[in-house]
Design a binder for this molecule. Structure first.
Ligand SMILES: Cc1cc2nc3c(=O)[nH]c(=O)nc-3n(C[C@H](O)[C@H](O)[C@H](O)COP(=O)(O)OP(=O)(O)OC[C@H]3O[C@@H](n4cnc5c(N)ncnc54)[C@H](O)[C@@H]3O)c2cc1C
Length: 426
């Protein structure tokens, strides 16, 4: 961006985005969207060079409009201004980077905890989808209680040597970098003995094994570290402060998964509410109309809650526990939405011909569900995962009880004793 976009009004930003799309999208794309010619949009989309498009979008700041422009891939916009830009991109069904873990969580964590050198090296290729990121938190013995994790990092001169196992690591099979939380002091209580690193996923000593989900996708993985190495200069925060940095990642993860993330709520699940209404607007059965109206009300409440949280961030606050409200709402809402969609579509929702887009492809191609027969079945099958990833709905309720309502903390006898003395099954 040559001009200072952050000084522009929302209307000016919309005009600027429209002008940019006119120059950069393939000829005929915008006309096809405006005339609702889905077949033509699909044809143009499949002819588009996705990698090249993501670089163009990222370099000009449109992939991450809120990021500081000084790192080469943002426009320094506030969330309201960014929404004006994203509304235009969403309307024109513009493909986005599938690097959701990097952009939604890695970027904000780097900006809060990383050195200037790391920000200049890592943010731009992240935004341009050239370097994919993954989050190495969960382990076979540490999911909801992630602070109990066992992967060890031991100091060796200017480096750390990492050994252990992570699991459910989304996108690890294509990742260049990983956000790693490892145990560096087993004698300290569990939250105090952790340190956060950015780890090179392409080195020897990192073994990634895909896991297949019920949808048929293999979007997440097991990751084994066998004497893998990380430079000490690629540590985020001080030694022992890993939990504090991890909280930044987790808070931003909840914002990403709440429907307020960089790719927009419509990318969550396979059957967005607008599409459901469009497909069933002629239905006269009052019970069906009632269930669609109820979903519409709930989706509106989530949108308003997200706007309120965005307003708080706009006033300078970092993502806080309010992200847990909309993460919980969105995950539970999506299950209801997918159930209704499946009921309404009937057998055609579970029997389809043709291409089965993976979730990564769907995220990369916002709006692509129109030409994807399997979207409803896949959205239905994946909806349960929304209530687990990024912290389960039970854990969101615990966070809301403790950090928003101020209820007493859940008893946890393992909090104050050395981690090495906590009984473990794995
Ligand atoms: C699609 C998907 C993608 C994921 N991607 C990643 C990723 O990229 N990186 C990563 O690090 N992790 C990832 N995860 C892992 C995810 O964060 C964990 O699955 C989640 O935190 C739950 O941990 P767990 O599976 O070990 O379940 P557990 O913690 O063993 O929980 C089992 C059950 O007990 C309940 N429970 C546990 N503790 C409490 C409590 N204190 N109070 C009330 N109920 C409780 C839970 O709600 C759940 O129902 C992903 C998960 C999914 C499903």
């Amino acid at each position: 961006m040559s001009t200072d976009a952050s000084a522009l009004s929302n209307d000016q930003l919309r005009d600027q985005t429209l002008a940019w799309l006119k120059i950069n999208l393939p000829d005929g794309w915008m006309d096809a969207v405006d005339s609702r010619d889905d077949a033509e949009v699909a044809r143009l989309r499949s002819a588009q060079d996705y990698s090249e498009w993501c670089i163009r979008l990222g370099e000009d700041g449109y992939a991450t409009p809120t990021w500081p422009a000084e790192y080469g891939a943002g426009m320094s916009l506030n969330p309201t201004q960014a929404k004006a830009v994203n509304d235009v991109l969403n309307h024109y069904k513009v493909a986005r980077p599938y690097n959701i873990i990097g952009i939604g969580m890695g970027g904000p964590t780097l900006m809060a905890w990383g050195s200037e050198e790391m920000k200049h090296r890592l943010l731009k290729p992240m935004a341009c989808n050239q370097e994919i990121w993954c989050q190495l938190f969960s382990e076979p013995g540490a999911g909801s209680d992630v602070a109990g994790l066992a992967t060890r990092a031991v100091r060796d001169g200017d480096e750390w040597v990492v050994n252990g196992q992570k699991v459910w690591t989304t996108l690890a099979h294509v990742a260049r970098w990983g956000m790693l939380v490892a145990r560096t002091d087993p004698d300290a209580p569990k939250h105090a003995g952790l340190t956060y690193f950015v780890v090179d996923m392409e080195q020897e000593g990192v073994d990634v094994r895909p896991l297949v989900q019920i949808t048929g996708d293999a979007e997440f993985n097991e990751v084994f570290f066998n004497d893998a190495r990380v430079q000490d200069s690629w540590r985020l925060g001080r030694e022992g402060d890993g939990w504090k940095a991890a909280i930044t990642t987790l808070m931003n993860e909840r914002v990403s998964l709440s429907g307020a993330g960089s790719v927009g709520g419509d990318a969550v699940g396979g059957s967005p509410i607008a599409k459901l209404i469009e497909r069933h607007k002629g239905v006269t059965n009052p019970l069906v109309r009632q269930s669609i109206a109820q979903l519409y009300i709930e989706s509106t409440l989530i949108r308003i809650s997200n706007q309120r949280a965005a307003g708080k961030r706009k006033s300078g606050s970092e993502a806080g526990p309010e992200g847990s409200i909309t993460k919980l709402q969105q995950a539970e809402f999506n299950k209801r939405l997918q159930n209704v969609a499946l009921d309404l579509e009937g057998p055609s929702a579970i029997a389809w011909e043709g291409k089965n887009l993976s979730r990564v492809e769907r995220i990369g191609r916002v709006g692509a569900a129109a030409d994807d027969d399997s979207a409803i079945a896949s959205g239905f099958l994946r909806a349960q995962a929304n209530t687990i990833e990024g912290g389960t709905s039970d854990i969101m309720r615990n966070i809301l009880g403790e950090r928003v309502l101020g209820l007493p903390k859940e008893p946890d006898p393992s909090r104050s004793i050395p981690w090495k003395d906590v009984p473990r099954s794995v």
